[in-house]
Design a protein around this ligand. Structure first.
Ligand SMILES: [Mg+2]
Length: 440
C-alpha cells in the first residue's frame, strides 16, 4: 500500500519550567520550555511523522500558526515522493515570496520549515523501522547531497566538495557505526550551571555530573562579574585545575564588553565562551575570538541559517560550532552545516536541552560521527537533564556518552498523554494553573 500524507496538526505544548528556574540564564530569566509540535498523519493509522520547534513560551503563539501554514502544503504527498524530493520540498517551502518577506531564511517561518522537514525525516525513518541517524548513515553521498540547498553557500561548499567529503568517509562508516553502537558520542552537561541556582546546588550538581562521567560542564555567566568569579572560583576548587569548564553568556554583551569580561576570567582555564554577543554579529565574534584566545568562542544555537554558519567559518570567528535541531530549516540545512564545518576543520558540538532538543540533535551528531568527521574528542553534545520523560525514547547518556537511539524515528515523538496534559491553554495543567498561564 502506498503510504501517503493525509493530514497535519500542530499542538501548542508548554511546560511550566519557569516555576523552578530551570533554564535561567543572563538573557532568559523565566522560560517555560515549550514545543510547537507538529504531527503528520498518514494513510497508515499507526504511522505518523512527528517534530517540534522549541520555544520558551509565548513564541508558540506565532510559531504554531506558521507551522500550520507551511505544513498544509505537504498533505497529499506520498512518503516515497517526499523522500525522493526532500531537497526540492525544502527549497519550495523557503521560496514563498510573500512569506519570505517576513524573514529571508530566518526566524519563525524558517523554523516552521524546519518543523515540516524534520517531521518528514521522522516519518521516513519510522517507515523504514530505523532511527534517523541510521537512515542518514545508510544513504548514499548522492542522496545526502540532493537534500541540501546550496543557494548562498556555494562559495564555501559546493556539491562536489560535499560529495568528496562523504565519499572519503565511506570506507570508515562500518567501523564508525560499530563504535557508535558500542560506546556512543561524548556528552557534556549544563544541568549544574543555571544562573538561578545557588552555589550549594551548583556544586552538588557539579559533583553529580563528574560522578556521572561527564568530562565538561558548562555554567551560565554574564550577569555580574563578581558572581561569575565567585562561582568559577568555587567550581575550580571543587573540580581541580584541568577539568573542562565552559561558560555561556547567552548574548548579553556588546563586543568590547565581551572581550573585557572574558579576559577577567582567563585564570579559570575556560574551554569556551558561548554566545558572547549577538548571534548575527559575525565580525564581532571574529574579533572576540582573536582577543580572548586561548579561550575558544562557541556559538550557533541562535544561528539562523547556513549562511550565518558559512560566515562564522569563513572569518575564523568560532572554534566550536553549535548547531540546533529546530533553529534552522531542519535536517536538510543541518546536513549542510555539518559538511561545511568538516570542510573548515571545526568540530560540531550541538546545542541541546530545552524540550526534545537532546532527543533530536543527537541523531545529527551521530551521523556526523559515522559518515562525516568520524569519532573525535572535540565533539561533545550538550545534555540537560530536563523533560526527557515525555518522549517515547528519552535521550540516554551513560558514563558521559550519548547512547545511540534504537527506536525508529528522529527522537521527537512525544507521548500523547504529555501533549494532552500540557496543551496550552486548554490542557489539564494549564486550566488548573490559570494564574501562571496568564503570566507566562
Ligand atoms: Mg547556550
Amino acid at each position: 500500500m502506498t503510504l501517503s500524507i493525509t493530514d497535519v496538526r500542530a499542538f501548542d505544548v508548554r511546560f511550566p519550567t519557569s516555576t523552578m528556574l530551570d533554564g535561567s540564564d543572563a538573557m532568559n530569566a523565566d522560560p517555560d520550555y515549550s514545543a510547537a509540535y507538529l504531527r503528520i498523519y498518514t494513510s497508515d493509522a499507526h504511522l505518523t511523522g512527528d517534530s517540534l520547534v522549541f520555544t520558551i513560551g509565548r513564541g508558540n503563539d506565532v510559531q504554531i500558526k506558521a507551522i500550520e501554514i507551511l505544513a498544509a502544503r505537504i498533505v497529499g504527498l506520498t512518503a516515497a515522493d517526499a523522500f525522493a524530493n526532500i531537497g526540492q520540498i525544502g527549497r519550495d517551502l523557503s521560496s514563498d515570496s510573500q512569506l519570505r518577506w517576513l524573514g529571508t531564511d530566518k526566524g519563525v517561518f524558517h523554523m516552521a520549515q524546519g518543523a515540516v522537514i524534520n517531521a518528514l525525516w521522522d516519518l521516513f525513518s519510522k517507515e523504514r523501522g530505523i532511527p534517523l541517524w541510521k537512515l542518514l548513515s545508510d544513504m548514499t553521498p548522492e542522496q545526502i547531497v540532493s537534500a541540501i540547498d546550496f543557494r548562498y553557500i556555494s562559495d564555501a561548499l559546493t556539491p562536489e566538495d560535499a560529495l568528496a567529503i562523504l565519499h572519503s568517509g565511506e570506507a570508515n562508516k562500518a567501523r564508525h557505526e560499530a563504535q557508535l553502537v558500542n560506546i556512543g558520542v561524548p556528552a557534556y552537561t549544563t544541568t549544574p550551571g543555571w544562573l538561578g541556582y545557588d552555589d550549594e546546588k551548583m556544586l552538588r550538581l557539579t559533583t553529580e555530573a563528574i560522578n556521572d562521567g561527564f568530562t565538561l560542564v558548562k555554567y551560565k555567566c554574564g550577569k555580574s562579574i563578581t558572581d561569575d568569579r565567585r562561582r568559577l572560583t568555587k567550581v575550580r576548587q571543587l573540580v581541580g585545575p584541568d577539568y573542562r569548564i565552559a561558560i555561556d553568556a547567552n548574548q548579553v554583551w556588546d563586543v568590547d564588553d565581551a572581550i573585557a569580561w572574558v579576559n577577567q576570567l582567563q585564570e579559570f582555564n575556560l574551554t569556551w565562551i558561548e554566545e558572547p554577543t549577538h548571534p548575527d554579529d559575525v565580525v564581532g565574534h571574529a574579533r572576540i575570538a582573536k582577543e580572548v584566545a586561548p579561550i575558544q568562542v562557541a556559538t550557533g544555537e541562535h544561528g539562523a541559517n547556513r549562511i550565518m554558519f558559512k560566515q562564522l567559518l569563513q572569518l575564523n570567528a568560532i572554534s566550536v560550532m553549535q548547531i540546533d535541531a529546530t533553529r534552522v530549516a531542519g535536517v536538510n540545512e543541518n546536513i549542510a552545516n555539518i559538511l561545511m564545518a568538516k570542510k573548515f576543520g571545526i568540530p560540531v558540538c550541538p546545542h541541546a536541552g530545552g524540550i526534545g532538543l537532546c532527543e533530536m540533535v543527537q541523531h545529527l551528531a551521530m551521523w556526523d560521527a559515522v559518515a562525516v568527521s568520524g569519532h573525535h574528542d572535540k565533539r561533545v553534545v550538550e545534555y540537560v537533564h530536563h523533560l526527557h520523560e515525555h518522549f517515547l525514547e528519552p535521550a540516554k547518556v551513560e558514563n558521559g556518552f550519548y547512547r545511540a537511539p534504537v527506536l525508529p524515528g528522529s527522537g521527537a515523538h512525544m507521548y500523547d498523554a504529555s501533549i494532552d496534559h500540557y496543551l496550552f491553554p486548554s490542557g489539564p495543567y494549564w486550566s488548573q494553573h490559570q494564574q501562571s498561564g496568564e503570566n507566562t
